[in-house]
Design a protein around this ligand. Structure first.
Ligand SMILES: [Fe+2]
Length: 318
């Protein structure tokens, strides 16, 4: 009798434990699936950049992926509520949700790695272009590095509007149009006659044309086209403050900082302090006041760390 009672209690505890374990596995798995959907949506938004965005096929694939994950979650909840799942089913569902998490994480890592490689290749190509004119060496890379830091210091509401990778590409490629300019003009930038100035002013347009074959670059072409605009409307295309794309206004500031501190054929390299002073003086006329305020508030150490190592660049393009 005593033995039967003990066995009954052990069985009861076993059943209760099993039911609790099934419940934990099922609902923990469901929570992971909901988190998976949120992560997948964030991941899909991050894909909308100049490298992986804007391609119809990719958008269709992302939508199919989302439908599959939602379908899995609906099936999951149906089984959990109506099918009285066994411990085996609970384990399969739980590990299914873990598998989906791992698949999303792996996809994210693979895409980010390939983006990083693309950016590195682009940096080497741009270094070659910059090497045509001694005063431009390292300039595009410098502007790209400054963009990374500038983006980091933008207020949250502005960060959400623009994609970091797209901004970095626009910064790196902003002067690509100079590739087609005569070398004499590039090497005599400070002393150009009217006709030569007109040719120099064509470089943003040439840049947009050169990048046109890359469909996803459409997204950043206006940013490059208008990087010499001034907020007072006295720039290359006489666009005024609100009609200038926000990223072009960012490039205008960091382009100036780079030109002042790295020096040009017509000017000696200046210090960080001098560059900040010049940029502040031109806030509200050349540059957007709000963006200047953000830029000058970035710690000097972070800005100076953006200066590329020219020896490495020379070594890479040898
Ligand atoms: Fe430019």
């Amino acid at each position: 009798m005593f033995f039967e009672e003990r066995w009954f209690i052990i069985s009861l505890v076993g059943f209760i434990f099993m039911d609790i374990l099934i419940l934990i596995l099922i609902w923990l798995g469901a929570a992971i699936m909901v988190a998976n959907i949120v992560l997948y949506i964030i991941f899909s938004f991050r894909m909308r950049d100049v490298i992986s965005g804007g391609v119809k096929r990719d958008n269709v694939m992302l939508a199919v992926g989302l439908i599959l994950i939602v379908f899995f979650l609906v099936g999951y909840i149906y089984v959990a509520i109506y099918a009285d799942p066994s411990i085996v089913t609970a384990f399969i569902l739980f590990f299914g949700s873990i598998f989906v998490s791992l698949a999303i994480a792996l996809l994210n890592i693979l895409i980010n790695t390939s983006k990083q490689r693309s950016l590195e290749i682009a940096q080497i190509l741009i270094s070659v272009i910059d090497s045509r004119a001694p005063s431009l060496q390292g300039h595009s890379l410098h502007v790209k590095n400054l963009m990374t830091v500038f983006y980091k210091h933008l207020p949250r509401h502005l960060k959400g509007e623009f994609n970091e990778i797209s901004l970095e590409y626009a910064a790196l490629f902003h002067d690509i149009g100079k590739l087609e300019l005569p070398i004499e003009i590039l090497n005599n930038e400070g002393n150009l006659n009217e006709e030569e100035q007109e040719i120099m002013r064509s470089h943003p347009q040439i840049g947009v044309r050169l990048l046109r074959p890359i469909k996803s670059f459409d997204y950043i072409s206006d940013w490059i086209l208008f990087h010499h605009e001034r907020v007072d409307g006295e720039g290359y295309y006489f666009k005024k403050a609100d009609s200038i794309p926000f990223p072009s206004k960012m490039i205008a500031i960091i382009d100036a900082y780079s030109a002042i501190t790295m020096g040009r054929v017509y000017s000696h390299p200046e210090t960080y302090e001098k560059a900040i002073e010049i940029i502040k003086e031109n806030a509200g006329t050349k540059y957007d006041q709000e963006l200047v305020d953000i830029f000058v508030s970035i710690p000097k150490k972070e800005i100076e760390a953006c200066t590329p190592n020219l020896e490495n660049i020379k070594h890479n393009i040898k």
